[in-house]
Design a protein around this ligand. Sequence first.
Ligand code: SIN
Length: 477
Amino acid sequence: MNSLLKTHLLSTDNVQDQLAVYNPADGSLIGHVRSFNLETVATIIEEADIARHAWAARPAKERAKILRSWFDLIMSHQQELAQIITAECGKPIAESMGEVAYGASFVEWFAEEGKRTYGDVIPSFADGKRILVIKQPVGTCAAITPWNFPVAMITRKVAPALAAGCSIILKPAELTPLSALILEDLSRQAGLPEGLFRVVPTTDPEAMGRLFCENRTIRKLSFTGSTAVGKLLMAQSASTLKRLSLELGGNAPFIVFDDADLDDAIEGLMASKFRNAGQTCVCANRILIQDGVYDAFLERIVARTAALKVGDGAAEGTQIGPLISQKAMSGVSALVDNALAEGARAITGGKPHDLGDLYYSPTVLADVTQAMEIAQKEVFGPIVSVIRFTDEEEAVKIANDTPYGLAAYFYARDLGRVWRVTEKLEYGMVAANDGILSSELAPFGGIKESGIGREGSHYGIDEYLEVKYSLMSGLAD
Ligand code: SIN
């Protein structure tokens, strides 16, 4: 057993208050962790609300020092944490190592950014009056995080909250609570005072979500997950007018124009499409290829996809791990089956993989049209759906024909086209000639039904700050 887990895995004497965690690679039980009930969580919220005042009063530099130690501890446990990520979420170990570094980068970044929550002095409207603006922590926050990045989606909420002077209570995904508990342990070891960051796994996520939304002590909720759940949380938060950050679903177009560098484009596509077996919100979801390069690029996609190594994420060389659950598997299978029934053609894959229950074969579907269900929905699996287009106008029209607006990618060498298409794509994030755009330095987030707010970058800390206008009057002689 991974030594970091020792204190969290419980004996199975009273499983009704416990959450079982399984390895999707083979369905084996990793162990049970404590499931928090609502009464306990209500107490934890009140404790967090007491703890935050002393924390916010400390100089930003002191908070930064503790966050920096947390970063160092995460990185010094990179390998063990990566093993836990792979065990509970299935992604290949090399990707898990990358996720730990990516997750830690938010802690390092916001440790510094907390020192720069500058206010403002605005030229006044009258003699003897001064207009000042100060930024103050929002207060006690809550976060709900998904299973696909069990470390990084936590740190990019918790680090800015703590850096801003807030406290935060986190409900991790039911499928992946272990990495979250270890992050909490490491934060304590780094010197974070009691009560400021609490992780509360539960077997009843609906009830916990409602508690977070309706509780008046919690001033802000940050959620990463599906658009459907984001809408529910928003509706439930109406009674407390809670501040919300919502990072929701996507339906990313990946456009390859006739003037693209195809060598670059295929690398970008493989990186974007198959990260975590296609289970990311920013994965390329619809591959749009222009007439002039259609056959040549499709050939490359098929060759590369068919060569991907599928297996247990813990095994050396695995590129595509299992999907997270039976529900995910059924969803992907149904989308592919419907696409085939609607006239798409599977050139490789198109069916579950022989390896076992949760493995799906990397698949290329040609002759997909924008009207098909598979082009309208977020697939969350290793499926490349290829759509042919004729000109720039048509590509942009197809790309924008979705309620989602998270990430979009395109490959083109013409500078005019690069500008035009970047401006016309209705997305929160657009990458020209790249397949990966995530970084702690950049604002991650969507528009339309992909969400509200930004994570990472200097914008990310604003989500945890209130702007206070202070009018100083009576200053004239
Ligand atoms: C996500 O899939 O929700 C996040 C992906 C990323 O941060 O790159």
